[in-house]
Design a binder for this molecule. Sequence first.
Ligand SMILES: [Zn+2]
Length: 482
Amino acid sequence: MKFRFSCIKCGKHLEEKENLVSCPSCGGQVLVFYEQPSFVVNKEKLTKTPPNMWKYLFLLPLMEGDLIISLGEGGTFLQKAERLGEELGIKHLYLKNETVNPTGSFLDRGVSIEITRAKNRGYSNVKCISRGNLGASVAAYSAKAGLGCTIYTRLGIELGKLYQAIVCGADIRFVKTYDDAIRMLEYPCKGDYIISITSPFFLEGIKTTGYEVCEQLDWSPPEFFIVPVGEGGHLSMIWKALRELSYVGLIKDIHSKMIGVQAKNCSPIVDAFTRKLNKPAKPKDFGMTFHDIAVKQPMLGELCLKALKESNGYALAVSEKRILEAMRLLAKCEGIFAEPAAASTIAALKLALEDRIIERSDKVVCIITGAGLKDPAVVKNLIKHSTMETPISLMLTSSLDSRLGKTKHLILKILQKYPTYGYLLWKTLAQEFDLRITLPSIYQHLQELMVAGLITVINEGRRSERKKKVYVLTKKGEEILS
Ligand SMILES: [Zn+2]
């Protein structure tokens, strides 16, 4: 379908310029608008085509003949959540499982469009600012397209997401603040393609979640969409998708209400919504550990608030504790291991049921935006106080084992608790750790640890033990263990 670019603030029509991320006249958000289709959209044909976001190409802003760079994004499963629904007391609950996207997040939908555009317009490098998932996705798609990739991020980014980007060959640059990164990318070099979450192309990609949900529900949209709100783009775009589906005649009426979810510690959209403001409020407090939904100044905040208002929706804030509980519940009942931002939708659903915002007979779709294994710190938090906590922490020290060898590591651990002599070490290893080696090899290990400067000998033995060497950790040994 024919499309145009318009600034939603001043209404100015814009040409498809390269790196079109905001209106050059007023700095407003630019979106894509489609002209009335000159053909009747064939619902049956669409439904018969296998799940894939590219079947909506007629509602995406690419040029004819563009070679699509795809890793198999979109077309994700809409899971009927019977067990979770029973647990929460709601009959028609569905989960749009975006964790199964190629890099584990819904952002792949937007990034595939951006990288397709960058590749087909002859760019050689891609650059982006990322809180985590975006960088992982851009790195993967750049690799597939054979483009150079630079990611600007902050120290403290969730490790899983950083690993993804590094392994895909991205050049990682750490910045002090995201504003610093924005300044660095203001004047891109020739050949550099900037991917921003406010780019109209990126946004058009992530809207396809909304198309798919409607199609999967046989073109009968749910009463509620519950969507995590970080920058605010996904919720806004799902709302845009509903309006477009109605525009091209694929759905009859739009009765869906959008519910945006934020974490209590950082909830500028929820605060603005409650106070009936058009712009995100300044967050009162900030001590958040979940980066993807802890956005102090959401770049698409105004658009998100507009969607909430237009849909007669709600904005809800949930505590970190409730989010962690929801992560467990979602995994236990439905087998989906989601990241905190994604599981916040389940925490919000619980809250909305308690507050009677949602009735138990309503049809509800929660958007499960990203996979749970990306942040080892959160995962560790999840198993706290469970019977698996000790075995897991033992396994986590295995990285030290591989550098030091298991026996030496255990010797250090024992010596950390109490200084002792070789024979007792030998006995403890056998009795407590089931590690049976000869006494001479214990002394060999001790000798090597002494050479490495990790242990030393003191004369702490009682009179009868004076001849025995008592071993103790050195400062260096303590450091290695910690
Ligand atoms: Zn403008």
